[in-house]
Every structure is written in C-alpha cells, then in structure tokens.
Design a protein around this ligand. Structure first.
Ligand code: 13P
Length: 300
C-alpha cells in the first residue's frame, strides 16, 4: 500500500506526461483527480485530441479500447483490465454477421459499448449522445443496430428508417427497479426525471428527458428545476452534484455497475508507475475499427 497515492499520481502524471480520463460513473475519488470527466462521446473526442504521451483510462474496457483506436501513438493504460461491460460482451461478430446476412440492404451501426471486432465489422459507431443522429445520417434507409435493444428501440421510435435491433442489454440498466423510480417520483413530485435510453421503455414513459449522461448535464444546465431524479448508474449523481452544487439530485432505479467501481487510487498510481496494463489491439483490426469510430465523430 502506498502511504499517499494521490501525491504519487500527481508526481507521475507530470513525469509521464499523462492525462487521466474518467467516465462519470467512476467513484468520486477518481472523478476528483481526473483531467477530464465525461460521457462516452466526450471521452472519445478528448482521447483523440489530447496532447500527451500516456492516457490513463478510468472506465470499462471498451472505452479504453476506443481511446487506443483513436490514439494509437499514445500509451493507453486501463488500471483494471477486468473492468468490462456486460453489454459489449452480448454481441459477437458471428451474431452481427447473421443480422447483416438477414438484412442485406441495411448498414450496421454499433453502439460504442461493443467489442473492437464488432466495431470493425460496422459501418459506423454511435454513443447514447448521438445514436439517433448517426442512424439518421448513414446512407441507407435500413439499419442493423446492436448490441443494446433498449437504445435500439428508442432510436427506432424516433427515426423514419427501419431499424433491426439486436437483443442485447446492459445488465444494470435493463434490470433497473421501476418501483424505486415510482416511489421517488411520489416523494419528489416536482423533480424533473432524466433516464438513460439503456433503461426499459417503462422508464422513458415517466421521464422528462431520455438521454445519455452528457445529455443529462445539458438538460440540467438548461432547466430551471431545483430537483432531479437520475435514472442511470449511481455515479452520475456525484458528477451532477459536483457540476451543479446548488441543485439536488437523487439516483432512481438502483442502477449500479460493479465494473465501473473496480478502479481505485492505488490502481491508478501503480498503473502510472509501471505503465501497465496497456491496451493492445492488432493493427489491422484497429484500423478497421477506427473507420467506424471516426465516422461517428465526423457525423456528429
Ligand atoms: P454514456 O455514453 O451516456 O456516457 O453511457 C455510457 C454507458 O456505458 C452507459 O451504460
């Protein structure tokens, strides 16, 4: 155990010319020390634009992989390689190929919560922040969408295109507790309700805003309300409270992603010290996946 991991991180971050990126579901102490905290889209953009030699990615595997896909010349460290995403693991290339064969006129769009292999076999990638825009922008009237069925269904309800949705789901979001949301709506009847599109449709019916984590920040910024119920992973409440200390937030639905909570300060310090564990991707695969990730960045 290090006596003061934060001091070690500060020293190493400078000597390694490193930036620390954190998703807004990360634990408070990780969010507090990160150079940038954001949603999947903001993190992808920051990873591709930042001038540094090392990126320490505090999030789950697909996020660190996306950073490496976009920034192959930088060392991308993921302090806990076992921090994975149940959703990304839902759909393999075989399943995507089967959907492509069944719908030969459809272009495949994959949610960024997917494997590098699935990204490489997709026309374009998207995040919750831009899924509808990406689907609307691809040059086909039919789209194969995966792995998340809830986000895919949400998009299909808001586009004129035909969307063939894969059956996958984020375990914590798709099993969120609707009774908990209803109870909190009763307790805070004046609160605005924001829910992530990875939650099931019953959540959307009760919400003022169905949007990703970046969209929630924008929603609060534009709103005059004082209280908000937050239907996404619990870490988001800390993010919102940090950004808007004068408003009140409560998580709703009991959504907890254990993988997002695996990284602690000690892991960040050791990772910066050892420059391990690094994200490594086969170069041909990385280049193919990059096309679909770049198309997302271009389209939005
Ligand atoms: P956002 O893109 O809204 O940050 O969501 C990421 C995620 O993994 C949701 O489960």
């Amino acid at each position: 155990m290090r006596p003061d991991p934060v001091a070690d991180i500060e020293r190493l971050r400078r000597s390694r010319n490193a930036v620390i990126l954190a998703h807004c579901y990360q634990p408070p102490e990780i969010q507090d020390l990160a150079d940038f905290v954001g949603d999947s889209l903001g993190l992808s953009r920051t990873a591709s634009e930042t001038e540094c030699e090392v990126i320490v990615f505090c999030g789950v595997r697909f996020m660190a992989e996306t950073a490496h896909i976009l920034s192959p010349d930088k060392i991308v460290l993921q302090p806990r390689t076992d921090a994975d995403c149940s959703l990304a693991d839902c759909m393999g290339v075989g399943e995507l190929s089967a959907m492509k064969e069944k719908h030969p006129d459809a272009l495949p769009v994959c949610y960024v919560n997917s494997s590098v292999e699935v990204k490489a076999e997709s026309y374009a990638c998207c995040t919750s922040a831009n899924a509808l825009k990406v689907v609307d922008s691809v040059p086909s009237s039919e789209v194969v969408f995966g792995p998340d069925r809830n986000l895919g269904t949400y998009v299909s309800r808001h586009t004129d295109k035909t969307v063939h949705v894969f059956r996958g789901a984020c375990e914590p979001h798709s099993t969120a507790d609707l009774a908990d949301l209803d109870r909190k709506i009763e307790e805070w009847p004046e609160a605005e309700v924001m829910v992530h599109p990875e939650t099931p449709p019953d959540f959307w019916d009760r919400a003022d805003a169905v949007t990703g984590t970046g969209g929630m920040v924008e929603w609060v910024e534009a709103s005059r309300a004082e209280r908000f119920l937050v239907g996404t992973e619990k870490g988001m409440v800390y993010r919102l409270q940090t950004l808007f200390p004068e408003r009140s937030f409560r998580e709703a639905g009991g959504i907890l992603c254990r993988d997002m909570k695996l990284i602690d300060l000690e892991h960040v310090a050791s990772s910066l010290g050892d420059l391990e564990p690094r994200i490594e991707i086969d170069e041909a695969l990385r280049k193919k996946a990059r096309e679909s990730v770049e198309r997302m960045v271009e389209l939005t």
